[in-house]
Design a protein around this ligand. Structure first.
Ligand SMILES: C[S@@+](CC[C@H](N)C(=O)[O-])C[C@H]1O[C@@H](n2cnc3c(N)ncnc32)[C@H](O)[C@@H]1O
Length: 246
């Protein structure tokens, strides 16, 4: 097993320096956004708006960290909430944690989505709060909920404007436990062409990537875990897997 792990690590390092592979991966990212590739998938029956590579690596991180709480901003159809809930359930049945929960925040939980999430077999693992993730009352509710948990992962996937993600990082990153992660999705907007998101408030220079860069200047307790993107190469969160190191 040790030999196998060493071989994998060597290969990941080599892949991350393989110019051809990296070029093709970024071409895929560029070509797949407009056709809405990330909307093609579901997790245990609920649409999840993620790339499969990010989902697989989230599974690895969750299994490694063994959180008892995962806080997510941005629920949409609930796929990522159900994914996190399924991981919490697996940690519980494996007796790696006693019990855990997923807390989702969304400014607009559509009724049909809420009903489907509440009827899902994993609904018991999930709590949802409706409101803006940067509203003071909502931040307070999330902090109150988090008080009962000791090992927390945070995933930010709501409004992708710089100021919003900055406010989310300031509100929630402090809840992330040492050795755990704050995952900031859609940092890749910074690497996309200027005219890629004409109908959105975010774009080049104003996105989760720029927010992470600003946040890290004053938060040495977080470091970008580059080993994640070195491994998957295809990700919406390059530089967005932040590990809490102190
Ligand atoms: C990209 S989707 C989330 C996708 C989901 N995490 C998944 O993987 O399937 C973004 C969501 O953020 C929500 N949102 C937008 N602005 C928000 C805000 N200020 N606070 C909380 N949620 C917000 C939207 O309503 C939308 O459901």
């Amino acid at each position: 097993m040790k030999k196998f792990k060493n071989e994998v690590n060597k290969r990941i390092k080599a892949n991350s320096m393989n110019r051809n592979l990296k070029t093709v991966a970024s071409q895929f990212m560029l070509a797949s956004i407009k056709p809405k590739y990330s909307y093609n998938f579901s997790w245990l029956g609920r649409p999840i708006i993620q790339y499969p590579q990010d989902i697989v690596v989230m599974q690895e991180l969750i299994w490694h960290v063994k959180p008892d709480l995962i806080i997510e901003t941005g629920i949409a159809h609930g796929g990522s909430l159900i994914f996190s809930a399924s991981m919490i359930a697996l940690l519980e049945v494996s007796k790696l944690i006693k019990s855990g929960k997923v807390l989702g925040v969304d400014i607009d939980i559509r009724e049909h989505n809420r009903v489907k999430i509440e009827k899902h077999p994993l609904a018991g693992k999930i709590r949802m709060i409706q409101g803006s993730s940067i509203d003071e009352a909502i931040i307070r509710q999330v902090h109150d909920f988090a008080k009962d948990y000791s090992n927390i992962i945070v995933a930010l996937d709501s409004n992708h404007a710089h100021s919003h993600v900055m406010a989310e990082l300031n509100a929630y990153a402090q809840l992330v436990s040492k050795g755990s992660y704050c995952i900031v999705f859609d940092t890749l907007i910074e690497d996309m062409p200027e005219d890629m998101f004409p109908d959105r408030p975010w774009g080049k220079g104003n996105n989760p990537g720029t927010a992470v860069r600003e946040f890290l200047k004053t938060h040495p307790e977080f470091e970008i875990d580059r080993s994640v993107e070195d491994k998957i190469l295809i990700t919406v969160a390059p530089g967005g897997y932040l590990k809490r190191v102190k």
